[in-house]
Structure formats: structure tokens, C-alpha cells
Write a protein that binds this ligand. Structure first.
Ligand SMILES: Cc1cc2nc3c(=O)[nH]c(=O)nc-3n(C[C@H](O)[C@H](O)[C@H](O)COP(=O)(O)O)c2cc1C
Length: 185
């Protein structure tokens, strides 16, 4: 039996890394955890789940259509679930300016409005830049985004902005949801 489910949508792997960090945190507390990509077709066993987390990244101002579709499809079960969370990964979330970080939050809110999901917790998480994963066009886009969000960055190297302590806090917060929780066994 799976206690906790984490579903992720990623293009370059950072959202998947974050999903596995949450998994590690929960496993260390004795929960059984399944991490699966958004493309997995098997329907979750909602009634068995203590917690469900969904994460997706932003590319060119949008979360992926597959993520939007998945959340729409499971909206009712998600809205009925007492411990659900959504995290949105982007570079705007790492912005040196408040208005950049607000833009990340706005995209998250738009996603929730568009899908009709009201998760218990929703948060933006700063992503990463991995130059080797991009072709010419993506590299060009990313240079522009980095210039805007972190003008002082050394673009000769990969950049990771993810605050792993904040990810751990999110993992803990989802499970506690105001109450102390331990695995049902
Ligand atoms: C082609 C491309 C477009 C992107 N567009 C945006 C964007 O519009 N806004 C933003 O904040 N971040 C943008 N990003 C940054 C990604 O959200 C960031 O790199 C994130 O870590 C990617 O997560 P993933 O590896 O899970 O896909 C973009 C990245 C790429 C490669």
C-alpha cells in the first residue's frame, strides 16, 4: 500500500529532483511513497493516500499541458483530499526582484484557477539552469531569463537556485497539515 503519492511534470529534470527530495524526507519518517511522472496512466488509489503532492515547471510562461490535463481530470479527488499540495518550479521564483517572484506566484494562481484545484498548500520553488540540457533555442531563452532574474549570475556554469530546506519544510507541512501525523501502521 502506498501512503503518499508525488506526481511530477518536468522538462529538464529539476522538478523530478524536488519530487525525490520530498520522497526521501517522507521515507525517512516511515511512509511508503510512490513518485511518478505525469505521463503514467494508472489512476491513483485516492482513498489509500495520506498525502498527495503534484509539481510542475514553467516554460515560456506556462505549466505543461499534460499537467493541466492531469489536474483537471483528477480535480474532484484532489479537492476532496485533506492533504494535497502543488509546487510550481521556475526561475522567476528565484528572481532578485519582488515583482519577478510575484510573477511566479501569479502563474501558479492562474494554473489553479484554470484547473479548478484548491490544494491545501501551494508554493513556488526556484528551479535550475542546466546548459547542457538545452539546444540552441532554449539556451538563448535561458540566457535572457537569467539576465532578467539574476543579472549577477556567472552563466559559464550551471545554476541551481532551489532552496532544499524549503522543500523539506514543504514535505513536513503537507503531512502535518496542522496536526502531527505518523504512518497508519
Ligand atoms: C525554454 C525554457 C523556457 C523557460 N521559461 C520560463 C519562464 O517563462 N518563466 C520562468 O520563470 N522560468 C522559465 N524557465 C526556467 C525553468 O522553469 C527552470 O529551468 C526549471 O528549473 C525547469 O524545471 P524542470 O527541469 O523540472 O523542467 C524556462 C526554461 C527553459 C529551458
Amino acid at each position: 500500500m502506498t501512503d503518499c503519492l508525488i506526481v511530477f511534470s518536468t522538462a529538464e529534470g529539476q522538478t523530478e529532483r524536488i519530487a525525490h527530495r520530498i520522497e526521501e524526507r517522507w521515507r525517512a519518517q516511515g511512509y511508503t511513497v510512490e513518485v511518478r511522472p505525469i505521463e503514467a496512466s494508472e489512476a491513483p488509489r485516492w482513498s489509500e493516500l495520506t498525502a498527495v503532492v503534484v509539481g510542475g515547471s514553467i516554460h515560456v510562461g506556462h505549466h505543461s499541458p499534460a499537467l493541466t490535463e492531469w489536474v483537471r481530470q483528477h480535480r474532484e479527488a484532489l479537492n476532496e483530499h485533506p492533504r494535497s499540495a502543488f509546487f510550481s518550479v521556475s526561475l522567476s521564483a528565484a528572481s532578485h526582484e519582488e515583482k519577478g517572484r510575484q510573477a511566479a506566484r501569479r502563474l501558479l494562481e492562474e494554473f489553479l484557477a484554470e484547473t479548478g484545484w484548491r490544494p491545501t498548500i501551494s508554493t513556488t520553488i526556484a528551479g535550475a539552469v542546466r546548459w547542457k540540457r538545452y539546444g540552441f533555442f532554449k539556451r538563448w531563452i535561458m540566457r535572457r531569463i537569467v539576465q532578467k532574474e539574476d543579472p549577477e549570475a556567472d552563466v559559464r556554469h550551471d545554476l541551481e537556485y532551489t532552496d532544499w530546506d524549503a522543500v523539506d519544510e514543504l514535505a513536513d507541512e503537507v503531512l502535518s497539515n496542522g496536526k502531527k501525523q505518523s504512518p497508519a501502521r
